[in-house]
Design a binder for this molecule. Structure first.
Ligand code: ADP
Length: 235
């Protein structure tokens, strides 16, 4: 199992942002859904080693996210919601910088592969600050997959993109999901239907659904996913 989470809890002050959740994930795209404030980003930050949990356990490829954080970081790629990028850097330069951090053996070859894979070719000689939002998302994704991680954590990677950009990024996520374990947070139900094999819905820090897309529909009168989401997260 690529990701295993057991009784994971995160308390900020008096607030249980994540409240004893357990789930696992294997290769494929897992949709991680929930209203704003449900605890999705907090869970993702714990999995990627950015913040520690209050209690419970999480492993990535068998490595504990707290005690074996370096091993975890080698195997995980993360595109945070805000997609922080160095806007003064050129696309290739920024990928070279990330390749250096990962100490890749043949950075030029790998950077060329990733530029091809993410469709950054036409924009590769520009500064990041000159790119459209869609291309910036591609740079964020390129950085996240550069070290060829087995697990990818993508926090709302398609928010704010136009329909053409959306399709490109979705196709890329789908392609990557053939070999990698991807946790994808999104508010777009069409996107979940297009790319996810499994779905977890989280509400107020607790998991309210963990199923395949077909299983979830079957248990809910085959209602549209949006309606299922609303009924499970209404309170
Ligand atoms: P989501 O990603 O589902 O929108 P978050 O994980 O960002 O949810 O937030 C879960 C809850 O934890 C929210 O109520 C949010 O206000 C709170 N929260 C998130 N980060 C912090 C923080 N650094 N300090 C205090 N509360 C936080």
């Amino acid at each position: 199992m690529s990701i295993r989470v057991q009784a994971l809890t995160k308390v900020y002050g008096a607030q249980n942002a994540v409240d004893g959740i357990s789930f696992s994930a294997e290769p494929g795209v897992l949709g991680f859904l929930g209203p704003n404030g449900a605890g999705k980003s907090t869970t993702m930050k714990i999995l990627t080693g950015f913040i520690p949990q209050t209690s419970g356990e999480a492993t990535v490829c068998g490595f504990d996210v707290v005690t074996q954080s370096l091993e975890v970081r080698r195997r995980i790629g993360y595109l945070p919601e805000s997609n922080p990028l160095y806007t003064d850097m050129y696309v290739k330069e920024s990928l070279g910088f990330i390749a250096g951090i990962h100490q890749l053996h043949d950075p030029h070859k790998r950077i060329a592969e990733v530029i091809e894979q993410t469709g950054l070719g036409p924009e590769q000689h520009k500064k990041i600050g000159q790119l459209s939002k869609g291309y910036r998302q591609r740079v964020g994704l390129a950085q996240a997959i550069l070290h060829n991680p087995d697990v990818l954590i993508l926090d709302e990677p398609t928010s704010g993109l136009d329909p053409n950009q959306l399709i490109g990024i979705r196709q890329l996520i789908q392609e990557l999901g053939k070999s990698k374990t991807i946790i994808l947070s999104t508010h777009i139900m069409q996107e979940v239907e297009a790319v996810c094999s499994k779905v977890i819905i989280i509400n107020r820090g607790k998991i309210v659904a963990d199923d395949t897309l077909t299983g979830l529909r079957g248990k809910n009168n085959n209602d549209p996913l949006e309606q299922i989401f609303i009924s499970l997260t209404a309170n």
